[in-house]
Design a protein around this ligand. Structure first.
Ligand code: GLA
Length: 373
């Protein structure tokens, strides 16, 4: 069998901005989901996962939609991709998919997007489908949205497909998803060479899982839509700080404050990195993003706040929760020489609070989805 890999992602900054038509700046992780795949001629999809030993799922290509509700929830992601691929007009005469994922689940590092994107690139190559990058992103996303039933934006799949090693991906979501095709410069690769500056991006997976299907995420999306409607704009991307007093509802005002300020922070980070500034300069913006997610968007959690406080107290230049929130991981920008000290301090504070030990690991900007040799 041939094999493909698609990575998880770490969003450097730009949280809860994607579904507001705004800006994001993710990197791809070296951790990914590997999909070994081959064509079949019997119109069956046969699915296994190394993380689900002993389970073999077999469904006829033509029955995918009808069988959806009977499938285990993990299988709806890869089978949703097959379903969307066929629906997009690419005939499939059958396929075997053997998955093996190394992205921690529920850690805010997009294990599900990695899964969907690995299957997407595998199908594209196996069935020689003409699928440009944006079409792959859209296909993987609709598998998650429609088939798995998780209302994500476009951040995770874009990162998994488009990121390149050594760079952060600056995505203008509105320009990338423009109806007539992506605009030039919608997706830019921003050099992000932290080792050259003696810096490390340290991830602390708190082990407090987040679940995008459990309501808080959809609720935030709805609140953003209400705020945009109240302001008479297509999306909060179009609002500015001067509009905020027009939002009478204090809750909607806080949600909009986060989105407007977060978009501005993404642009500020991109400007600093693009100008070749010392990456330490982005630290304050990362920490401001966390405060905004905690206080205005209210998607943080005690374990995330503790990891951020501990990292900053031990000398990190900036730290913030990543991903959808309510649990998951924190990133901290640290001098490489301080990595062990910052890690030890986070672990110590977790123990003192009675939390299970966090999982700490450094990450570097890695390559996006691709075929393995
Ligand atoms: C999740 C979603 C993304 C994005 C982030 C928050 O990861 O899948 O689309 O909205 O939350 O930035």
């Amino acid at each position: 069998m041939d094999r493909w890999i698609a990575p998880g992602r770490l969003n450097v900054i730009g949280e809860h901005t994607d579904y507001n038509d705004g800006f994001v700046l993710p990197i791809a992780l070296s951790l990914g989901v590997v999909c070994a795949a081959r064509r079949r001629a019997d119109r069956q999809v046969r699915l296994t996962s190394a993380q689900r030993a002993g389970e073999v799922i077999e469904v006829a290509v033509d029955d995918l939609a009808a069988q959806r509700d009977r499938l285990p929830s993990w299988a709806r992601y890869p089978l949703g991709v097959v379903h969307e691929f066929v629906r997009a007009g690419h005939p499939v005469d059958g396929v075997s998919l053997d998955l093996d994922g190394a992205v921690p689940i529920g850690a805010g590092l997009s294990s599900s997007a990695a899964l969907c994107c690995a299957v997407t690139v595998a199908l594209r190559d196996l069935f020689a489908a003409a699928l440009p990058d944006r079409a792959m992103v859209e296909l993987a996303r609709s598998a998650e949205n429609s088939f798995a039933g998780v209302p994500t934006g476009v951040l995770d799949q874009s990162a998994s497909i488009l990121c390149t090693a050594g760079h952060a991906l600056f995505l203008d979501v509105r320009a990338f998803t423009a109806p007539d095709g992506p605009e030039t410069d919608a997706a830019q690769q921003i050099p992000f060479d932290l080792p050259a500056s003696g810096l490390t991006l340290l991830v602390a997976d708190t082990g407090h899982p987040h679940d995008l299907a459990d309501g808080g995420y959809a609720e935030r999306r709805a609140q953003c839509e209400s705020a945009a409607a109240a302001l008479g704009v297509a999306a909060l991307r179009d609002a500015t700080g001067a509009d905020l007093p027009r939002l009478a509802d204090p809750l909607l005002r806080r949600r909009a404050t986060h989105v407007i300020s977060e978009n501005a922070r993404v642009l500020a980070v991109v400007e600093l990195l693009g100008a070749g500034a010392d990456p330490r300069a982005i630290g304050a913006l990362l920490s401001a993003s966390h405060r905004s997610l905690r206080d205005d968007f209210e998607v943080s959690a005690p374990a995330l706040d503790l990891a951020v406080t501990a990292a900053l107290g031990a000398g990190a230049h900036g730290a913030r929760m990543v991903g959808g929130g309510f649990g998951g991981s924190v990133l901290a920008l640290v001098d490489t020489v301080d990595t062990a000290r910052v890690s030890a301090e986070i672990t110590r504070r977790f123990a003192a609070t009675g939390f299970a030990p966090p999982r700490l690991f450094p990450v570097e900007p890695a390559a996006g989805a691709r075929k393995l040799d």
